[in-house]
Design a binder for this molecule. Structure first.
Ligand code: NAD
Length: 471
């Protein structure tokens, strides 16, 4: 069903469309739900110029006024949660309840960010000098967002960038632009023109941004492969970069874990958002002594989870978000089948319409198998037997990724010892996926550069400036 609204970009505080349009498809039905503007180079140049022109004024706006602006953004998002939820489910596929939770999290998050303060460091160590280091904005930030949590991940960038005095040009994924474009229109009422520009487009627009000579920083969330390309093109004008990239998180289940307590949270650690979460558990290492019991419990849960159109209130999981990702997930399952792996459940993707893949559990495939070595980013999980913890830690760490991980045990202290040995930016004990605005979220190894959230995340939108005063 077509959504009966025009979706416009926001450039210099005004709605703008384009003669070139891109179709947005509902992944549950494969029907076109709307078309969006395909931003031209000229329009991007104007968005960047608007952000540049707005920068001196926004930077000079008091911190308290910028905090108030963030709170106003949070209030508007909350006020329009129902409308944004409908758009998010239609474009992304996630169930209404999950879409609403994402919108509400975004509204709350930006309010928490508004409370953050930038530190100032004073040093009197040099005789006759008092050195004060503060953190000043970078200028124009280009924000590039993926399709799994379009609204929340946009807010992660908008909040700290604007609070610290930067202006922004933000691009949603071509697969999930609707809620973000609508958000841009709503925010025209609370932000001065040019402070936040939202542009939409196809595959050409991301590179146009990362190559743009008048963007000072790119804050990028997406795949590691694209992150490498962003980094290469950022070299031309030495753009600052924050890269939040892919992951292949290990969940390590210790032998003393109580299956009845952990099966449900472990299931959702892997399958929330149909596995399309950067910090989803993507390799589950289970001690040999409880492997059979835990795998049976996970199969039982999979059997009662309804997969369907996110607009249907009975659906707990939606489809894979887009055709290309659906084909990648299907190819990974086909590869496992060809290699003779056993499926504990699932393994038979539907024929459509809709990009539906059943929850698929693969029984102890070898570590070299694609389903283990690669990020599935879909509802496919390998369960992996291990015998001793050193072996499990070594196998978990044998990855180019280093995003997150989790350890599950009845003994949190023993789990914490294992957690410290994981080469990842985040580790959870007896939980997974919970990210907060209060703590840094950083990818180690090829999962990223820099951090989002917490003070570290705020500082990523600044550069230090030291002023040496006479003592
Ligand atoms: P993607 O890399 O294909 O696209 C991400 C964004 O980059 C999109 O907006 C896309 O249009 C844009 N883009 C594509 N090519 C570009 C280029 N050459 N230059 C600049 N921009 C370009 O990622 P995706 O498929 O949308 O998202 C899935 C991936 O994102 C997964 O690997 C997942 O793990 C990762 N992810 C990471 C985090 C995190 O915080 N670490 C969070 C969510 C998703």
């Amino acid at each position: 069903m077509m959504i009966n609204t025009a979706f416009n970009m926001t450039i210099d505080g005004r709605a703008e469309n384009s003669s070139d349009q891109i179709a947005v498809v509902n992944p549950a039905t494969e029907a076109v739900v709307a078309t969006i503007p395909d931003c031209s180079q000229g329009q991007l140049d104007r968005a960047v110029a608007a952000a540049r022109a707005a920068f001196p004024g926004w930077r000079a706006t008091s911190y308290a006024d910028r905090q108030a602006a963030l709170r106003a953004i949070g209030a508007l998002v909350a006020e329009h949660a129902e409308e944004l939820k409908q758009l998010l489910t239609a474009e992304q596929g996630k169930p209404h309840a999950a879409a609403l939770a994402e919108i509400q999290a975004a509204a709350w998050w930006i309010g928490v960010v508004a409370d953050q303060q930038l530190p100032e460091t004073v040093s009197d160590a040099m005789p006759g000098q008092r050195s004060v280091t503060r953190h000043v904005p970078l200028g124009v930030v280009g924000a590039i967002v993926p399709w799994n949590f379009p609204v929340l991940l946009a807010i992660w960038k908008i909040g700290p960038a604007l609070l610290t005095g930067n202006t922004m040009v933000l691009k949603p994924s071509p697969f999930t632009p609707l809620a973000t474009l609508r958000l841009g229109e709503l925010l025209q009422s609370v932000l001065p023109p040019g402070v936040l520009n939202i542009v939409s487009g196809g595959d050409a627009l991301g590179p146009m941004m990362s190559e743009h000579g008048d963007i000072d920083k790119i804050s990028f969330t997406g795949s590691t492969a694209t992150g490498r390309r962003v980094m290469a093109s950022a070299a031309a004008n030495l753009k600052r970069l924050t890269l939040e990239l892919g992951g292949n998180d290990a969940a390590i289940v210790l032998p003393d874990a109580k299956v009845a307590d952990i099966a449900e949270p472990l299931f959702w650690a892997a399958f929330t958002n149909s596995g399309q979460v950067c910090v989803a558990a993507k390799r589950m290492f289970v001690h040999d002594s409880i492997y059979d019991e835990l795998s049976a419990a996970l199969v039982e849960i999979a059997g009662r989870v309804r997969i369907g159109d996110g607009a249907d209130p009975d659906s707990a999981l939606g489809p894979v978000q887009n055709r290309a990702q659906y084909e990648r997930v299907k190819a990974m399952i086909a590869d496992s089948r060809a290699a003779g792996h056993r499926f504990l459940t699932g393994g038979e993707p539907g024929e459509g319409p809709g990009y539906f893949v059943p929850v698929t559990l693969v029984d102890n495939p070898p570590d070299e198998a694609r389903v283990v070595a690669e990020e599935a980013f879909g509802p496919v999980l390998p369960l992996l037997r291990y015998h001793d913890i050193d072996e499990a830690v070594a196998r978990a760490n044998a990855s180019e990724y280093g995003l997150g991980g989790s350890v599950w045990s009845s003994d949190p202290a023993a789990a914490a010892e294992v957690a410290e040995r994981l080469e990842t930016g985040t580790v959870w004990i007896n939980s997974a996926q919970g990210l907060t605005p209060f703590a840094a979220f950083a990818g180690h190894k090829q999962s990223g550069i820099g951090a989002e959230n917490g003070l570290d995340g705020l500082l990523e939108f600044t550069v230090p400036q030291t002023i040496h005063h006479p003592a």
